[in-house]
Design a protein around this ligand. Structure first.
Ligand SMILES: Cc1cc2nc3c(=O)[nH]c(=O)nc-3n(C[C@H](O)[C@H](O)[C@H](O)COP(=O)(O)OP(=O)(O)OC[C@H]3O[C@@H](n4cnc5c(N)ncnc54)[C@H](O)[C@@H]3O)c2cc1C
Length: 435
């Protein structure tokens, strides 16, 4: 059995093409296309579709999808290698048809959708003709679904939704929202919720405000894309239930496994890019007569960053490999949680060090580091806070251990000494005499 860390030649050719395409065609769009999700933007609509066609012609569209949904079904390891490159540019996932949250939303539609739901919502979503939103978190809490209070009550063959959701990303651009609501209040806590497909133009869907992140400009009306939404007597037909009644939590878990690892793959690429900037600056800038790269504390920042970055990348790739091997997200849940918990720290550390090494320029808006530091917090919150994932890892890891019923641990040195002496008693007696 061999352990290999190499990419096969054939796929490397694809990666090289993706790398050049992202560098030449997509990275410049970070300065031109305000938001790749905004389908009403004529500049976006002139530039992105021809690039999407090139990706489709190359057979690289929707690489997170299996062939039954029009993707190549590469599996997660190859997807990880691709996503590292796509993570470098904001529009790249959209150009390649694998942008979050549409990718996760399409996965649950494919998994739980009826043929009619697939035709109406999934197919145009996969073609990027529409954009979607996942509306779960509520203002009073996101990390604990047990506190959600948005309800849907059945009225004839319709459901009536009432309540508030918070940080529903891309709601302002979305054609439909996937909303998690309480329909079975008398069930056990994790069987109370159901998922509904809500067309965004349904009467009663009210965006109270679009909230932006810390580095964005609150006076720019286009900046915020995380909606605070009120659902006021929103009526949807019964056929808009996605999955089972009371099955909303299961549906959400199906979505989040893939979503989390895909974020990590893209983040791995972003960290690499920041690291490259740090290194270029260290070997270019001089202070007190020598390059920054000659200063030991700068060297430490570079070494620590490289070590953390490479460890994180290997954990992502190993997790991707385990998903491919077991084809079972439940079995790799702890691995995904470990990746999710590691991601914000590595991202934040590397971005903070890059900022520091660039000095005042690094702290300014002329470099991306302040934004990247905020983005690292995004990665530590969206799809569940780091603390919750650490708890998952610890629980799963501890499942493999059995308690010791003695007062002292099984590895207590006097006990091990006694066991070893008993085992070799005859040898010891021959050489050392009676003990
Ligand atoms: C950029 C961004 C995009 C997002 N997009 C979406 C979206 O599209 N749709 C959507 O529904 N939600 C979205 N979210 C919301 C996200 O899922 C929540 O922020 C997250 O679940 C945490 O919920 P909360 O913000 O209400 O924090 P809270 O639940 O109030 O938790 C606050 C803090 O408490 C601590 N904490 C929580 N639980 C535990 C625990 N068990 N043990 C120890 N400490 C704990 C953590 O430090 C946590 O950060 C997004 C968030 C961000 C930042």
């Amino acid at each position: 059995m061999a352990w290999e860390f190499e990419t096969d030649e054939e796929f490397q050719t694809e990666l090289d093409w993706i790398d050049a395409f992202v560098t030449d065609e997509i990275e410049p769009l970070d300065f031109i296309v305000a938001n790749p999700y905004d389908l009403s933007d004529p500049i976006r609509n002139e530039i992105l579709p021809p690039l999407q066609e090139k990706v489709q012609a190359r057979g690289l569209w929707g690489c997170h999808l299996g062939p039954e949904l029009g993707g190549p079904g590469y599996g997660q390891v190859k997807l990880a290698l691709m996503n590292e490159i796509l993570g470098r540019a904001r529009s790249a996932p959209t150009v390649f048809g694998c942008q979050a949250p549409d990718s996760g939303n399409s996965e649950i539609l494919a998994h739980y959708g009826t043929p009619e739901q697939k035709e109406r919502f999934l197919e145009p979503l996969l073609r990027n003709e529409i954009v979607s939103c996942y509306s779960m978190t509520e203002p009073q809490g996101g990390a604990d679904p047990k506190v959600f209070t948005t309800t849907a009550v059945q009225d004839g063959d319709e459901w009536v939704i009432n309540g508030e959701k918070w940080f529903s990303s891309n709601a302002r651009y979305a054609s439909f929202l996937i909303v998690m609501v309480v329909t079975e209040p008398d069930n056990p806590p994790y069987q109370q919720q159901s998922m509904f497909l809500v067309p965004a133009d349904t009467p009663g869907v009210e965006i109270v405000r679009n909230v932006g992140l810390g580095h964005q400009n609150p006076s720019d009306p286009d900046a915020g894309s995380h909606a605070y939404i009120r659902y006021n007597d929103v009526r949807v037909p019964a056929e808009n239930l996605l999955g089972e009644r009371g099955g909303g939590f299961v549906v959400s878990q199906t979505r989040l496994g893939g979503g989390r690892i895909h974020h990590a793959m893209r983040t791995s690429g972003r960290i690499r890019r920041i690291f490259d900037m740090m290194c270029e600056r260290a070997i270019s800038r001089t202070t007190q007569g020598e390059l920054l790269s000659r200063k030991q504390m700068v060297q430490e920042m570079i070494a620590d960053s490289w070590i953390e970055m490479e460890m994180f990348r290997l954990l992502v790739l190993r997790t991707a490999w385990r998903i491919d091997k077991y084809q079972d997200y439940k079995r790799v849940r702890a691995d995904i949680s470990a990746v999710k918990a590691a991601m914000p720290g590595v991202y934040r550390n590397v971005a903070s060090r890059a900022l520091q090494i660039h000095g005042s320029l690094g702290a300014s808006w002329e470099m991306p580091f302040a934004k990247e530091v905020i983005e690292s917090f995004h990665m530590g919150l969206a799809d569940g806070p780091t603390e919750v994932h650490k708890v998952q890892v610890a629980r799963r890891v501890l499942d493999d251990y059995v308690p010791c019923d003695d007062l002292f641990p099984t590895t207590h040195l006097p006990r091990r000494q006694a066991e070893a002496e008993a085992r070799y008693a005859e040898v010891l007696e021959r050489h050392l005499g009676t003990q």
